[in-house]
Design a protein around this ligand. Structure first.
Ligand SMILES: [Zn+2]
Length: 138
């Protein structure tokens, strides 16, 4: 069977700072320049105060598993070799949540509240994806 590559996310203008940071090995989220609330993914308007003023801030890359789902079906041939794999919702220490994958842990070992840290997986010249791995608590 020919190898099929995984789909890579499109780098939209709104998310360009996030992907540029990921290529440097940094995790960034958007922050409202008025009320200071951080959010991910990027939005035009702050859901808290409706301000349009925003900046990107570097975050620690640490967080915990908020929720997860183990995929047993092959929904895209590019992922066939990885089934079963987990899709996890990570709550970052700075507040926002992001959907990603956990590496270095078997799907049945994943627990909500598990402390994790970011690692970056290079997909192509434009895209490095933040993935997470377990870390010691604290
Ligand atoms: Zn705001």
């Amino acid at each position: 069977m020919p190898e099929v590559s995984k789909p890579a996310p499109a780098v939209t203008p709104q998310m360009a700072p996030f992907f540029a940071a990921a290529l440097r090995g940094e995790l960034m989220v958007q922050q409202c320049a008025d009320c200071g609330a951080s959010r991910f993914p990027a939005r035009e308007i702050c859901p808290g105060c409706l301000s349009r003023a925003a900046r990107w801030i570097k975050v620690s890359g640490r967080g915990e598993v908020l929720s997860f789902n183990v995929m047993h079906q092959v929904y895209h041939p590019g992922f066939a070799a990885e089934v079963p794999y987990a899709v996890v919702m990570i709550k970052l220490e700075e507040g926002p949540a992001m959907v990603s994958n956990l590496i270095g842990v078997k799907p049945h070992e994943i627990r909500c509240g598990m402390p994790v840290e970011v690692v970056f997986e290079r997909v192509n010249d434009q895209v490095a994806l933040p993935k997470f791995r377990p870390r010691a608590a604290g």
